[in-house]
Write a protein that binds this ligand. Structure first.
Ligand SMILES: [Zn+2]
Length: 152
């Protein structure tokens, strides 16, 4: 998904819509692969909070087409019962939008599990996996936006 006009930093670009389901239901719909096997692509699950994930295969919008990037210009921001994709820097027309999928498994992120979720984003400093790095706090602009919208 590409920007068709300039987008300022700290802007809610699009809601990540879809059906809200439990993690258990997400696992039932899209079972985890065994270590060594790649996960099926295009499951479009995004974690909303500790209890819920959003399944964009059901009622999802264009936000589900935003790719992962290890050098992201957007970040998902949970806000009450919804998820927004927020720009974390100024984005030029024609730039591809990308956020860090930062997938978190219940199990430890071993190298075998990282290989189930390979990243080929091509960014300098690509970490090679879509799994969440150990310490990944919200971007300062996203924290500021949440304060501005009185969400935290
Ligand atoms: Zn990458």
């Amino acid at each position: 998904m590409f920007a068709v006009r300039a987008i300022a930093a700290g802007v809610r670009i699009i809601e990540y819509s879809g059906e809200q389901i439990t993690h258990a239901e997400g696992e039932r719909r899209y079972p985890t692969q065994a270590d060594g096997d790649e996960e099926a692509e295009h499951t479009y699950l995004l974690q909303l909070d500790d209890d819920r994930v959003i399944d964009a295969n059901v009622g999802g919008n264009d936000a589900r087409f935003i790719n992962h990037s290890c050098a992201p210009n957007c970040e998902p921001m949970p806000a009450l019962d919804r998820m927004w994709i927020v720009s974390v820097r100024r984005i030029q027309p024609g730039e591809e939008l990308g956020y860090d999928y930062a997938i978190e498994l219940d199990e430890p992120h071993t190298n075998a599990r990282k290989r189930r979720f390979p990243c080929r984003c091509g960014a300098r400093g690509c970490r090679g996996t879509l799994l969440k790095p150990k310490h990944a706090p919200h971007h300062p602009l996203v924290r500021a936006a949440r304060r501005r919208w009185s969400l935290s």
